[in-house]
Design a protein around this ligand. Structure first.
Ligand SMILES: Nc1ncnc2c1ncn2[C@@H]1O[C@H](COP(=O)(O)OP(=O)(O)O)[C@@H](O)[C@H]1O
Ligand SMILES: [Mg+2]
Length: 268
């Protein structure tokens, strides 16, 4: 049965969609069957895979509201082994409509139960809020991937998220746990970056991914070409670091020598 990750942080612009797209693409390239579920009305993951929001018949909105079965909403992307449940601005209205529905916390979970067997990994790309839609992801998933920037206020946001996780755990999803906290747009030369990592590691021992994603211009360019970075510029630092993250998820850590090579090399 596929492992379900929610990529979550109520702050916007921390690298959730970038992480969902690039991690999914890498695992797909490694012969894993992957499904990405875009549950953000901005649809950045949808665009990131080059799927035109206007061309799709059903979106995550229809799935959450119950107007479509998840199988009907899944589209193939042009990237190896990666399928997608797209999102568009219709999702912005879902929140209000869902409030009136029975079982509103479990809607994504129920839909996922019908397709989990078809995939090795499922990534849910969450919106930048702790809304009912995000709670649906927390209820439906096994583990959280929490991208964050190494900023002074990061810990505050993290403790707010953990409050919500605690509630979801006690009421709906007792085994909910953190897969890893992922530092993104990371600059190890900055003192503050290293201080924040230390602080987060103190509160969440063994929960911080060893891989820290550096700022890389190719990562920000790739979505405008509708491609994960590994298909846009295979030799970029962004592609290499998302590969390292993928290896961590697979439990196949890169050999220390390979890692030194990556950290030491100059790259675009
Ligand atoms: N490691 C990175 N280096 C450079 N730009 C990045 C990196 N990660 C994300 N970005 C860019 O930062 C912006 C926010 O990232 P995004 O993944 O959309 O965040 P979120 O989904 O959390 O809102 C996007 O324009 C994205 O292309
Ligand atoms: Mg996003």
């Amino acid at each position: 049965m596929g492992k379900v990750f929610a990529v979550v942080n109520q702050k916007g612009g921390v690298g959730k969609s970038t992480t969902a797209v690039n991690l999914a693409a890498y695992l797909g390239s490694r012969d894993k069957k992957v499904l990405c579920i875009d549950i953000d009305a901005q649809g950045n993951t949808t665009t990131g895979f080059g799927v035109k929001k206007k061309s799709v018949e059903y979106t995550a909105y229809d799935v959450l509201i119950g107007q479509a079965r998840i199988q009907e909403a899944i589209v193939r992307t042009e990237f190896k082994n990666v399928s997608l449940v797209p999102a568009n601005s219709a999702l912005a209205g879902a929140e209000v409509e869902m409030v009136q529905l029975d079982d509103r916390m479990n809607r994504l979970k129920m839909q996922l139960l019908t397709c989990r067997l078809d995939y090795d990994y499922i990534f849910i790309d969450c919106p930048p809020s702790l809304s009912l839609i995000t709670v649906n992801a927390l209820v439906a998933c096994d583990k959280l991937i929490i991208p964050m920037q190494a900023e002074f206020y990061a810990l505050e946001g993290l403790s707010q998220l953990m409050e919500t996780v605690k509630i979801v755990r006690s009421k709906y999803n007792p085994s909910l746990d953190i897969e890893g906290i992922l530092f993104t747009m990371f600059d190890s030369r900055l003192n503050v970056s290293n201080q924040v990592v230390e602080e987060v590691e103190k509160y969440f021992p063994d929960k911080v991914f060893e891989t820290k994603i550096p700022r890389n211009v190719r990562l920000s360019e790739a979505p405008s070409h509708g491609k994960p970075v590994m298909y846009y510029d295979k030799s970029s630092k962004g592609a290499e670091f998302y590969e390292l993250l993928g290896l961590e998820i697979l439990g196949e850590k890169a050999k220390p020598k390979e890692k030194r090579k990556l950290f030491g090399r100059k790259s675009k």
